[in-house]
Each structure stands twice: as C-alpha cells, then as structure tokens.
Design a protein around this ligand. Sequence first.
Ligand code: NDP
Length: 247
Amino acid sequence: MTDNITGKTVVITGASSGMGAAAARHLAAKGAAVVLGARRADRIEALVAEIVAAGGKAVAVATDVTRRDDLQRLVGAAVDTYGRVDVLINNAGIMPLSPLERVKVDEWDQMIDVNLKGVLYGVAAALPHMIAQKSGHIINISSVAGHKLFGGSAVYSATKFAVRALSEGLRQEMAPHNIRTTIISPGAVKTELLDHISETDVQKANQDYVGQIGVPAETLARLVAFAINEPEDVGINEILFRPTAQE
Ligand code: NDP
C-alpha cells in the first residue's frame, strides 16, 4: 500500500504521556510532522526535542483543552508551521472514577470539560481549515467505557458515549467535505490515567486490574497509524480493542 502518513501534519492533544505521547513518537517516525498539545509544557517540549533529535518534525504548544483559545492556538501552530492540518487526534482525557453516591460533582464537571467539551473545541478549531482544504481526518479517542458501564464509570462513560455520538455526527456531516472520521475505543492500557483517581479504593482496584492485563500505549499508536495510512477514499470509522485477557 502506498504510504499515506509521510508528510502529513498531525495535531495530538494529551501528548505529554500515555497514548498521546506514543502516537506522537510512532507517527513522527513514519514521517508525519506532529504538533503536540498538553498542559505540561516541559513534557511536550522534551518529546519534541527527542523527535527532532531522531530526525523527525515536531512542535509543542502548551494547551489546556478546556480553553477554546488554546485549541485555536494549537491548530493555528500546525497551519503556521507546516501549512495545513491533515489530522487532529482528540486524545486528551481524564478518568476520575467514583460511584455516583459519593457525589464528586467537581470531578463530574472536569470530565465533561476535558473529555467532551475539549473534543468539541478541538473540532471547532480544526474544521474550518479542513473544510477549506477539502480534506482532513479527525480521530477521537473514546473507550470501552463508551460502549458499556463498569464500577464507578457512570459519568466517565457518559462523556465517552457522547464522544462516539459526536463522531458519528461528524462522519455523516463531513462526508461531503472529504473529511474522514475515526473513533477509537481502547480497553485497558498501561498509562498515567489511573494516577488521578481520587477515591483510593477505586484507584487500587483499577490499578490492580490494569497492572495485570493492560497493554502498552504503543497499541493505540499502531491503530492510529493504520487508520491514517488507509487511502483517502477509505474511512476507518470505528476501532474497538481490548487486551485479550480483558473481560
Ligand atoms: P494519560 O493520563 O497518560 O494521558 C492523558 C493525557 O491527557 C495527558 O497527556 C494529559 O496531559 C492530557 N490532559 C488531561 N487533561 C488535559 C487538559 N485539561 N488539557 C490538555 N490535556 C489534558 O492517559 P491515557 O494515555 O490513557 O489517556 C489518553 C486517552 O485514552 C484519554 O482520552 C482516556 O480517556 C482514553 N482511554 C484510556 C484508557 C486506558 O486504559 N489507559 C482506556 C480507554 C480510553 P497534561 O496533564 O500534561 O495536560
């Protein structure tokens, strides 16, 4: 198959750790120019230095996805630096799981702000450029929790179900604009995602489970590359993967 990654400009949110950082390394090694966004600027700047030292192309823009202006600056940096934005990966996310009865309303708000509104702000920043280009690709990261509920996942799942609905709407409405849409729903992956669960009993149960069966972050990187690499007239609309051992 002809390579369809080399030379593309790929914007990645949540690129400072886990799956976003793995996708950045993988796509840059395949010849994409990557534009990295996250709040921890030191992390994404170090990743840029690593990619550039390896002969790749990358820039970093400190980005909080709960701020619309930050997404505009992130996507704007792609256009200013590399002339276009071919792919946006809305990957930034948080998962402070807890049972509803504990009423962690601040964490509910944060999940809605990052996992859902953050994706919408990314879409808002990228779409005008992609429509003008008459090409583009938006990849949204949902979750197995966007397909089913598990202990303490009600609000997290609500945001991830919503991301799937949004992605299907995007697919239908963007087809005439030659913009591809991919939704990727990972199962358990070993990353920093569980570090921010504030309920210690919930955190421990999840750490034990993911520690046993979780797969590496590079799993998502390979699947992102697969979706991008398909020819432009093929949209890989949905990918759901789990560790083989995950129930
Ligand atoms: P990590 O915690 O390792 O990475 C999360 C990333 O999101 C970090 O780079 C973090 O950067 C970024 N982020 C969080 N809040 C914000 C914000 N307000 N603005 C900008 N960036 C933010 O976890 P994963 O790699 O696992 O998570 C990536 C995605 O995968 C998430 O959407 C998650 O929900 C999803 N997912 C993960 C699964 C897993 O098992 N690991 C399973 C299914 C889905 P920073 O803190 O520097 O801002």
